[in-house]
Write a protein that binds this ligand. Structure first.
Ligand code: HEC
Ligand SMILES: [Cu+2]
Length: 358
């Protein structure tokens, strides 16, 4: 075998390997995207919007992606063509090829075309920003004030006079029965970001600044999100849960939230309530209808109506509740609630009391 054919064999094998690798990467990514759970059931999938602002962003990003893909394909084909056609040949004479300067046509093409593309991208983005930011708030809109805290979310239902935490409940909003939710976002301490990908884009939550966003979820379900601005140690555990309910479900939930705390008699519960009211819990937590009126931590009036504890970190079960009160940092490192050093009996009583807060 001559040296020359040996070289071209090697080159062919190299190409085959690159080709195989590219294929694996692309098919891997595509099957990742489509193979797992059906798109509709993925609670954070940015490619499955269920609310107008998220839908606008989705279509804009598809447009931007296809423009970029078009540019990529054209440039890549030209590049491959140039590499193949002008590669060094065996009979090359080693002299410098002719040098060409100044083609008005070429220079115009590669100046004007990119400018046009950028103008189109700018205008389409501006249109989406206008649709999302300047939407008129209808008179029947549900208005909620969101307050970001390190590392949990406070939700104030201003029209209904109650406060809850971590799990946002909103009604479904259909074209025939629109009932959108308009959010006013404030921060109690540092920068946070409210982001539920299937409902809307990110909105920064900044101290001393009032920001706004809105959602109109078309489909009932649970949609998940995440604080999107690094805000401290437990930032990654500052999760967001949005429960989109039918009108009837939502109204029943509203009615329950508006009531004061349950006052269940029974010796274990009474002892637990006394333990709660005589420890530092009440400096940080509110339970409406009791002396507890702290605002530093989540409102616990209807703690049992929540499915999770610690801003979506663990399921709300009696056992987890006990573990949480015993030592929150063991579950959520960096959390702002200190371990309370309670005796085992006090813990049991406290949990028995909290379990009555439906
Ligand atoms: C120094 C203030 C402070 C004290 C004292 C305190 N907590 Fe907390 N608590 C917090 C904060 C802040 C959170 C939110 C933690 C997070 O999710 O990041 C919290 C969260 C909780 C939660 C979870 C609520 C939810 O919706 O996820 C429960 C339950 C709870 N505290 C109960 C208690 C009990 C019971 C006591 C008294 C034994 C107590 N806390 C004392 C600040 C406090
Ligand atoms: Cu945060």
């Amino acid at each position: 075998m001559s040296a020359k054919t040996g070289l071209s064999h090697k080159r062919a094998r190299g190409w085959a390997r690159i080709e195989a690798l590219t294929c694996t990467v692309i098919t891997g990514a595509v099957s990742r995207l489509f193979a797992s759970a059906p798109v509709g059931s993925q609670p954070t999938n940015i490619f499955a919007p269920v609310s107008t602002p998220a839908d606008e962003l989705y279509h804009l990003s598809l447009f931007d992606l296809s423009v970029c893909a078009g540019i990529f394909i054209v440039v890549f084909i030209l590049l491959v063509y140039a590499v193949m056609k002008f590669r060094r040949r065996a009979d090359d004479d080693g002299r410098e090829p002719p040098q060409i300067y100044g083609s008005d046509q070429l220079e115009l093409a590669w100046t004007v075309l990119p400018i046009l593309i950028v103008v189109v991208l700018f205008l389409t983005s501006a249109r989406v920003i206008h649709t999302v930011e300047d939407a008129r708030e209808p008179a029947n809109a549900l208005r909620i004030t969101v307050v970001g805290h390190r590392f949990w979310w406070e939700y104030r239902y201003v029209q209904y006079g109650f406060v809850t935490a971590d799990e946002l409940h909103v009604p479904v909003s259909t074209p025939r029965h629109p009932w959108p939710t308009f959010l006013t976002l404030l921060s109690a301490d540092t920068d946070h970001g409210w982001w539920v990908p299937r409902l809307a884009g990110k909105t920064d939550v900044i101290p001393n600044r009032v920001n706004h966003t809105w959602i109109d979820p078309h489909r009932v379900g649970l949609y998940l999100g995440q604080c999107s601005q690094f805000c401290g140690t437990a930032h990654a555990m500052m999760l967001i849960r949005v429960y989109v309910q039918t009108r009837a479900q939502f109204e029943a939930w509203l009615k329950n939230q508006q009531t004061a705390a349950a006052n269940d008699p029974g010796p274990a519960v009474t002892a637990g309530r006394r333990a709660f009211e005589s420890t530092a819990c009440i400096n940080c937590h509110t339970v409406r209808g009791t002396v507890a009126d702290g605002r530093f931590g989540p409102d616990l009036t209807h703690l049992m109506s929540r499915q999770t504890l610690g801003s979506g970190v663990i399921p709300n079960t009696p056992e987890n509740l006990r573990r949480w009160i015993q030592g929150p940092p063991a579950i959520k490192p960096g959390v702002e609630m200190p371990p309370m050093n309670l005796s085992s009996r006090q813990l049991n009583e406290l949990v028995a009391y909290l379990e009555t807060l439906h």
